[in-house]
Design a protein around this ligand. Structure first.
Ligand code: ADP
Ligand code: ASP
Ligand code: MG
Length: 438
């Protein structure tokens, strides 16, 4: 039995939490490979090391020096070394890291140093070998994870080691330059290690006892989800339930390795299991979870007999492609098609250019843009098994007095996506939660 354990930032915020981590590891000798994040917040209002490092980079850009922000980083790590009684030359490591940050002048290199330093500290504390992610996690030139290479390099580096500490969040491209995942990416690193060593379980240790049915900042004390499928996880995490990075399932999926979310501060609690369909047991629930995100624009195109015009959608898509704009959803009707796009991508005049080009490309009867739209994903394998789910959903939203601006139901019937005005987002989530969970 082999378990890979990834610990998030709050689990590694200071020496005290790191001692807890050591206890968790020693309680189970099958917990052999450890993947670490950078130190996170110790208390509300504290700053994550990774955020300080992005600030360091801005300072290097401006004046060549890592500056005040790196002083804070050093203080945090000195505190940890002191609390844990680490005896290696911490000052030399911090000084060398500062020099490298100022010399490299790369945002991704700088951001990765939180995980690198935590990896070095944790390895020293646990007396385990340190295996640097830049030697085992490989990105292709386009910045995409080269999973085949990464699995092979990681497996080779860990072969024969009873245990090891690997820093999360980064790897390197073919030329050795450091590349990071998007924020929260140590979850993906943990999944790569789990896959490479053929783990039986990937434990992801964080500060909550698993996945909740919706964001606890919107609904008080939401229901706990005991297990969910890879697919449900992907839908929920992509749509904002950021307990786990939405790309974490890709490395483990083909090997059917389950993921277990566990709470470092309550290790006795069961947590949440994320399972391949082959092990997933349907427990009768209709909706598994609700997640959502704000700030989308819907570009709505209407043209009579659109469906019989060959290449209609392709012409619109090639406009989006020309401006490097991706879309999240594409609901369509007989004479209408809409594109749901993250507003971030439409700034600086891009929206205006796109709408002009779409008009020229397909000569629509009508083209309208709805902005400040929030998307809410209602997710669960149970929805397709239960007649009348959408009726209940839309009835609940109507009773809350919210106008639905867009609907998209994927053909898998795993989710229904509802678009509402940003200002109605929280109210809608609460109404849907009340309907299916209370
Ligand atoms: P870590 O630093 O351990 O990686 P994260 O901050 O990335 O932890 O993820 C855990 C946090 O995710 C929780 O503290 C919680 O605030 C937040 N969260 C958002 N949506 C959910 C949800 N549906 N269930 C549980 N936690 C959620
Ligand atoms: N430290 C990185 C972040 O804050 C990666 C991670 O924690 O997973 O995003
Ligand atoms: Mg995280």
């Amino acid at each position: 039995m082999i378990k890979v354990c990834k610990f998030g930032g709050t689990s590694l915020a200071d020496g005290t939490t790191m001692r807890r981590v050591a206890e968790i590891l020693s309680a189970d000798p099958t917990r052999r490979y450890v993947v670490v994040s950078a130190p996170g917040k110790r208390y509300g209002g504290d700053v994550k090391i990774t955020d300080l490092l992005y600030e360091c980079h801005r300072s290097v850009e401006k004046c060549g020096k890592a500056g005040e922000a790196f002083e804070k980083v050093k203080e945090r790590f000195r505190g940890i070394a002191f609390e844990l009684g680490l005896t290696f030359d911490v000052e030399a490591l911090l000084a060398r890291t500062e020099e490298e940050i100022e010399h490299e002048r790369s945002e991704e290199f700088t951001a990765s140093r939180g995980e690198y330093l935590m990896g070095r500290f944790m390895a020293a504390f646990l007396e385990l070998p340190f295996v640097d992610a830049c030697d085992i996690v490989r990105f292709s030139s386009g910045g995409k994870l080269d999973d085949g290479k990464s699995f092979a390099l990681t497996a080779a580096a860990l072969k024969g080691k009873k245990g090891a500490v690997v820093p999360g969040f980064y790897g390197a491209d073919r030329t050795g330059r450091i590349h990071t995942f998007t924020r929260g990416g140590s979850d993906v690193s943990g999944a790569i290690v789990a896959r490479a060593v053929g783990a039986d379980l990937y434990e992801n240790w964080t500060d909550v006892s698993g996945f909740l049915a919706c964001d606890p900042r919107i609904v008080d004390d939401p229901a706990h989800i005991r297990s969910l499928s890879y697919k449900e996880l992907r839908e929920l995490s992509y749509m904002g339930a950021n307990v786990l990075h939405s790309e974490s399932i890709f490395p483990v999926r083909e090997a059917d390795i389950p993921i277990r979310i566990k709470n470092t501060f309550r290790p006795e609690e069961a947590g949440t299991d994320i399972l391949p369909m082959s092990r997933y047991r349907y427990d009768g629930r209709i909706v598994t979870g609700i997640a959502g995100k704000k700030n989308f624009a819907v570009v709505y195109v209407e043209k009579s007999l659109m469906n019989s015009e060959i290449g209609f959608a392709r012409r619109i898509l090639s406009v989006l492609e020309r401006y490097h704009v991706s879309f999240e959803h594409m609901p369509s009707g007989i004479d209408t098609i809409s594109f749901v796009i993250d507003e971030e991508q439409l700034k600086g005049g891009t929206l205006e250019k796109i709408t002009e080009d779409i008009k020229a490309a397909v000569r629509p009867d009508q083209l309208r843009v709805f902005d400040d739209i929030a998307l809410i994903a209602v997710v669960g394998h149970g929805m397709s098994r239960n007649v009348g789910t959408s009726a209940r959903l839309f009835d609940a939203i109507a009773r809350a007095g919210v106008n639905v601006r867009m609907i998209d139901q994927g053909s898998s019937e795993l989710n229904i996506i509802v678009g509402v005005d940003n200002e109605n987002y929280e109210r809608t989530v609460r109404a849907v939660y009340e309907e299916f969970f209370r």
